[in-house]
Design a protein around this ligand. Structure first.
Ligand code: GH3
Ligand code: MG
Ligand code: MG
Ligand code: MG
Length: 297
């Protein structure tokens, strides 16, 4: 397991040294000695936890916390205030700003380590949960919900420039017979291999592949016009064919194949993502009807 990263923010070097000595064996520690430097470093280092001094010249810890919490990229990083300010008001203010904990100086080594340990563990579990919520467990691809959310975000992003967006839907051919012939566990392995083939074919930044249902997949091809989408779909067909997964009961090939439907449209403000999904699905149905192992668009 990689070490969690902790950002220590304090305008007094001696405080940083004390905390670093307590944490450096177990964590990947980085530092900042001012509020502004803390914000810059947080953005670059993406720490798992921030130990934040309150009293600092210029931007103080409360202001830094406020800015962290109102920044979408940084808001989820847990913040523990470390401060000489011991009174309840200050502690309440810190917690109200979204800090997860508050420890007072002088630092009690065992307490600092225990609290840091607890919050790092919670952060790790939270990250795991967030990843699971968007991932298909069998294939490791995105799940359907994540694909739909991403499609919505991508379509509205591209609407500003009116760019093309294409969606490819694919479905494994004669998969019922595959399961019947080789068994359900082999079917699962086949689905996983097709997912890997898909990942090899769909790899541009902004693209996304998902398991849409049982043996159905969907891809977002961002900024991709119909011609380029067809090229990607051809690459998917090739990648799946070259898996050479035997399928003796397929009516069209000795190996596993897929059929692909592609929908392309220029993005416009407020466009419903259903139009891509429904059209790709219609085209997929055409590809099946026209003989399978092919693309319809
Ligand atoms: P077509 O060429 O028309 O697509 O024929 P098909 O047999 O593939 O038909 P369809 O797409 O309707 O069949 C889906 C089959 O996929 C039915 C189901 O048993 C199987 N399946 C769905 N999800 C899973 C899964 O997670 N694992 C396995 N092993 N099989 C699955
Ligand atoms: Mg200070
Ligand atoms: Mg199907
Ligand atoms: Mg099928």
């Amino acid at each position: 397991m990689t070490k969690a990263r902790i950002l220590i923010v304090d305008d007094e070097i001696s405080n940083i040294e004390i905390m670093n000595a307590l944490l450096e064996d177990d964590y990947d520690v980085c530092f900042a000695t001012s509020g502004q430097q803390a914000l810059d470093t947080a953005r670059i280092a993406q720490p798992d936890l921030i130990l934040l001094d309150v009293l600092m010249p210029d931007l103080d810890g409360f202001q830094v916390c406020q800015r962290l919490k109102s920044d979408a990229i940084l808001a989820d990083i847990p913040v523990i205030f470390t401060t000489g300010l011991g009174d309840t008001e200050d502690e309440m203010r810190g917690l109200a700003l979204g800090a997860i904990d508050y420890v007072t100086k002088p630092i009690q080594p065992a307490i600092l380590r225990a609290r840091v340990g607890n919050h790092v563990e919670l952060k790790r579990l939270r990250d795991q949960l967030a990843a699971m919520a968007v991932t298909d467990a069998l294939t490791g691809l995105s799940n359907r919900r994540h694909l739909e959310k991403s499609l919505e975000a991508e379509a509205s992003r591209l609407a500003r420039t009116g760019e093309w967006l294409s969606v490819a839907m694919l479905d494994i051919d004669f998969f019922k017979q595959f399961n019947d012939t080789y068994g359900h566990p082999a079917g699962d392995r086949c689905i996983t291999m097709v997912a890997a083939a898909l990942t090899r074919a769909v790899k541009r930044a902004g693209d996304l592949s998902a398991r849409y249902g049982g043996e159905e997949f969907a891809c977002i091809l961002s900024g991709t016009d119909p011609h380029s989408a067809e090229l990607v779909a051809q690459e998917i067909l090739l990648q799946v064919q070259s898996l050479n997964i035997p399928h003796e009961m397929s009516q069209i090939s000795p190996f596993i194949t897929v059929s692909i439907g592609v929908a392309s449209a220029r993005c416009t403000a407020g466009a419903d993502i259903g139009r891509w999904i429904a059209e790709a699905d219609r085209q997929l149905y055409s590809a099946k009807r026209e003989g399978r192992n092919r693309i319809a668009l």
